[in-house]
Design a protein around this ligand. Structure first.
Ligand code: 3HC
Length: 283
């Protein structure tokens, strides 16, 4: 099934990154967010992302200008009715996601695929009661979406085989490595990555090693492109703590639980790069 126009709901870091990926792959994109300021900020992120690609010689000016011209950004969710697939990237909370999926079911034609970029919630729970759970999949992109090659394509118990195949083909056609996975807590990457980031925090507390030294150890001893603390700051400590909590609730495994130190930092507003300070100071 040809996807054509892509809808993206939520223009924060992930939504804007996903919209950029789809534009670069040649799709027409209709992107929406609730408030005009959020739409403007999202468009700014997408334009900055495209400009960065041009500056790095990865896109020509012409291609980036054409990509920008394929974007419509709006607060009017009715515009999403033109999309063959709608990718949701709003706040990581079940109730607003479920409400959004129910409203997308009203707005979109019956064959539109609805996808969620959730990192740690259950895709089945998001899809339940939306009116078309058999056309709902997880499409989990990684941060920064234009740079990270992976998309986890999440299969629920009730998804149509054709819909799942279309979602896999769509992700692959974006130039991504599309890895199918079951709808289990944390899917594949976060199930493995989240406890490691939590272990890094606990190791810092237990050994007295600094974030810098642990990061250097993992970069030069394990070949990570960035160490666990730099990565947690990039992801956002609030996002990491929230995902940790959700996966812990799903699996009840001790290592998934957010360490107390992480929670204290979140409460203090030390959220990582976006706040100017997390484990590192970016000011
Ligand atoms: N569009 C275009 N360019 C972008 C961009 C975007 N949206 N976002 C960032 N960039 C730019 C950066 O600003 C940077 O520019 P600079 O060089 O001028 O500072 C540049 O891309 C970096 O690109 P490079 O090709 O030079 O790549 P690096 O070799 O520096 O690697 C990296 C950067 C790909 C982020 C690498 O460090 C990496 O792989 N880090 C690990 C990231 C990771 O693990 N992410 C997953 C997090 S977990 C997650 O997302 C799951 C979620 O559910 C929580």
């Amino acid at each position: 099934m040809a996807i054509g126009t892509v809808g993206v709901v939520g223009l924060g870091t992930m939504g804007a990154g996903i919209a950029q990926v789809c534009l670069e792959a040649g799709h027409v994109v209709v992107a929406s967010d609730a408030a005009p300021e959020a739409v403007a900020a999202g468009v700014g992120r997408i334009e900055a992302g495209l400009a960065k690609r041009v500056a790095k010689g990865l896109l020509t000016d012409e291609v980036a200008t054409a990509a920008r011209a394929r974007l419509t950004a709006t607060t009017d969710s009715a515009a999403l009715g033109a999309a063959g697939i709608v990718i949701e990237a709003i706040v990581e909370e079940l109730a607003p996601k479920r409400a959004l999926f129910a409203s997308l079911h009203e707005v979109c034609p019956a064959d539109t695929i609805l996808a969620t970029n959730t990192s740690a919630l259950s895709v089945s729970a998001i899809a339940a009661g939306c009116g078309r759970p058999e056309r709902v999949v997880g499409l989990h992109f990684f941060n920064p979406a234009p740079l990270m090659r992976l998309v986890e394509v999440v299969r629920t118990e009730v998804v149509d085989a054709d819909v799942f195949a279309s979602a896999l083909a769509f992700a692959a056609a974006l130039g991504k490595e599309a890895v199918p996975c079951a709808d289990t807590p944390g899917f594949l990457v976060n199930r493995l990555l989240i406890p490691i980031l939590n272990d890094a925090i606990r190791a810092m507390e237990e050994t007295g090693a600094s974030p810098e030294d642990i990061d250097r150890a993992m970069r030069f001893g394990a070949g990570w492109p960035m160490g666990p603390f730099a990565l947690a700051d990039l992801v956002g400590l609030d996002v990491h703590a929230h995902a940790s909590e959700a996966i812990w609730r799903g699996l009840r495994e001790e290592r998934m639980a957010p360490p107390a130190r992480l929670q204290r930092m979140v409460e203090a507003g030390l959220l990582g790069r976006k706040a100017g300070r997390g484990f590192y100071d970016y000011s």
